[in-house]
Design a protein around this ligand. Structure first.
Ligand SMILES: Nc1ncnc2c1ncn2[C@@H]1O[C@H](COP(=O)(O)OP(=O)(O)OP(=O)(O)O)[C@@H](O)[C@H]1O
Length: 291
């Protein structure tokens, strides 16, 4: 699909979200049907991409942190992103989540949602969840309360006070507890969990909102070997149902989850492929592995 068509799809999706009559042209006729309109919460992945970046650049005080970066992620994919310090990994995630605005380029969620039209909070609501490196759970609350709270984030104060889980939400909470290996710790205060368990709880809080795309920044940093192994199992179980982009330095972990690897360098993609392929790529060896 060309950027022009994506642009047109995005314009229509934004118009539909604002309540305009779907599928009509200005003159009142039916619009051409190349980009089907979305209901709220749906992401059009009919073109095989849940995330699409093209020629994205951003400079800070004249320094190009992201330099014509292009990449795309398939629905249900588990993508690893590696690269030396300063390669632009965090800045790329900041751009996807709306924290940083690029100077130029295209950033699409599915085929029709132009992320550059949305603010950070709206992007989270569209279904892009982000986990920063440090766990940020509520230590004074139990595991259950943390997960429950994750459902209330977009509600007003009054709605929060009178909030109670419906049966679908209760089922989801029970399922998330099993997924993150914390079903036996429901009533424990989050502050008493191990570092790895806190990381899983925070991932669970994201899962409560059923994100379509999860961005995870160094999820296994500081974990024990056993926790790292269980995190790999967790990610493999999420793959398929969610799309994941994982920034990690731990090569053992990347090998275990064995997704496609993207190597960033100086704000652009240097190489892409299996871990073995990129590890054998001369350019990667030179700039990244330093051998
Ligand atoms: N707000 C900012 N102002 C100025 N420079 C910035 C800003 N944000 C990032 N940079 C610079 O952009 C470059 C890319 O930084 P970024 O944090 O994205 O890299 P990274 O790949 O995440 O590195 P690391 O692995 O160390 O976290 C770095 O040189 C950084 O100093």
């Amino acid at each position: 699909m060309t950027p022009d068509l994506m642009e047109e799809g995005a314009r229509r999706a934004a118009a539909a979200a604002a309540g305009a009559a779907p599928g009509k042209t200005e003159s009142g006729g039916r619009a051409a049907g190349f980009a089907h309109l979305l209901t709220r919460g749906e992401v059009d992945v009919s073109h095989g991409r849940i995330l699409y970046l093209e020629d994205v650049s951003v400079s800070f005080d004249g320094f190009r942190a992201i330099n014509k970066l292009s990449l795309d992620i398939a629905p249900g994919e588990l993508r690893c992103v590696i690269g030396p310090n300063g390669a632009g990994k965090t800045t790329m995630m900041d751009i996807i989540t709306g924290k940083t605005r690029p100077d130029s380029g295209t950033v699409f969620f599915g085929s029709t949602i132009d992320l550059l039209r949305y603010k950070e909070a709206q992007i989270a609501q569209l279904g892009i969840g982000r986990k920063f490196q440090k766990p940020t759970v509520f230590e004074q609350l139990t595991v259950f309360e943390n997960l429950e709270l994750a459902l209330k984030t977009d509600k007003g104060v009054r709605a929060c006070v009178f909030f109670s889980l419906d049966s679908e939400q209760s089922d989801r909470l029970a399922s998330v507890l099993r997924t993150i290996h914390l079903a036996d710790h429901v009533n424990r205060l989050a502050g008493t969990l191990s570092h790895g368990q806190k990381q899983w709880l925070e991932i669970g809080m994201l899962l409560m909102q059923d994100p379509k795309l999860l961005l995870l920044d160094e999820p296994v940093a500081g974990m024990t070997d056993e926790e790292t192994e269980r995190t790999a199992e967790l990610f493999l179980s999420l793959k398929g149902q969610h799309s994941l982009m994982v920034v990690e330095h731990d090569m053992g972990f990347i090998k275990t989850i064995s997704g496609k690897v993207t190597v960033l360098h100086e704000g652009a993609v240097l190489a892409e492929g299996s871990l073995e392929q990129v590890q054998n790529d001369e350019r990667v060896i030179e700039v990244y592995l330093g051998r």
